[in-house]
Design a protein around this ligand. Structure first.
Ligand SMILES: Nc1nc2c(ncn2[C@@H]2O[C@H](COP(=O)(O)OP(=O)(O)OP(=O)(O)O)[C@@H](O)[C@H]2O)c(=O)[nH]1
Ligand SMILES: [Mg+2]
Length: 194
């Protein structure tokens, strides 16, 4: 849940990067971290296995400007994509304000993408959220690889509610900030309604 601190004039929002294993969630955060000025970011924390698979989560606090004198701070998290870490994924969704789904564009990963969207929908439900109403952006990552599914087909299969979608190559940063801005904007619009 968005946390507004009136004393320190801060708005804190939580964005979770979700998606199948090896889809590029951590790479999105790493790119954002590398391209953000030191004043605007906190320490990036990654709890990973030796093989660089996310074990619990990555965490990156980011200041994205001010609104009416309030600093808007976004806490970016990734979940571990590997199927058997479901308990961690559930836990990390606690208090979420917006979700970025990082889909792997490779044809062979389409089943894993579908399974992961379903899992997201289910796990959001357990926290009393709904994918239909939560700020949400869909990213088609790894567009640089051979054997990727056409974007139109991925949209048809994976879109949930005509959410904004972005083609990306997270390793090169393509689409990374557009995706983040989209979900951040949706969160701030929701905030304004309260
Ligand atoms: N070619 C290519 N490789 C990518 C891209 N994005 C990520 N990768 C690579 O894919 C691998 C997995 O990326 P991660 O960011 O660790 O994936 P993840 O979604 O965090 O995976 P889990 O933590 O296991 O859920 C790494 O070797 C990345 O360098 C991309 O757009 N193109
Ligand atoms: Mg990861």
């Amino acid at each position: 849940m968005t946390f507004i601190n009136y004393a320190s004039k801060e708005i804190n929002c939580k964005v979770v990067y979700y998606g199948p294993g090896l889809g590029g969630k951590t790479t999105n955060l790493q790119y954002i971290y590398n391209k953000t000025s030191p004043e605007a970011k906190g320490k990036m924390i990654s709890l990973a296995t030796e093989a660089d698979r996310t074990l619990f989560f990555d965490f990156l606090p980011l200041d994205l400007g001010t609104i009416r004198g309030f600093t808007t701070r976004f806490h970016l998290y990734t979940v571990p994509g590997q199927v058997f870490y479901d308990a961690s994924r559930k836990l990390i969704l606690k208090g979420v304000d917006g979700v970025v789904f990082v889909a792997d564009s490779q044809e062979e990963r389409m089943e894993a993408n579908i399974e992961s969207v379903r899992n997201l929908d289910e796990n959001l439900g357990e926290h009393g959220f709904e994918l239909t109403s939560i700020p949400y952006a869909l990213q088609f990552n790894k567009r640089d690889l051979p054997y990727v599914a056409p974007v139109e087909e991925m949209y048809r299969i994976l879109n949930f509610k005509r959410e904004p979608t972005f083609e990306a190559v997270a390793t090169e940063g393509r689409g990374v900030f557009d995706t983040l801005k989209s979900v951040a904007k949706q969160i701030l619009i929701e905030l304004r309604k309260r």
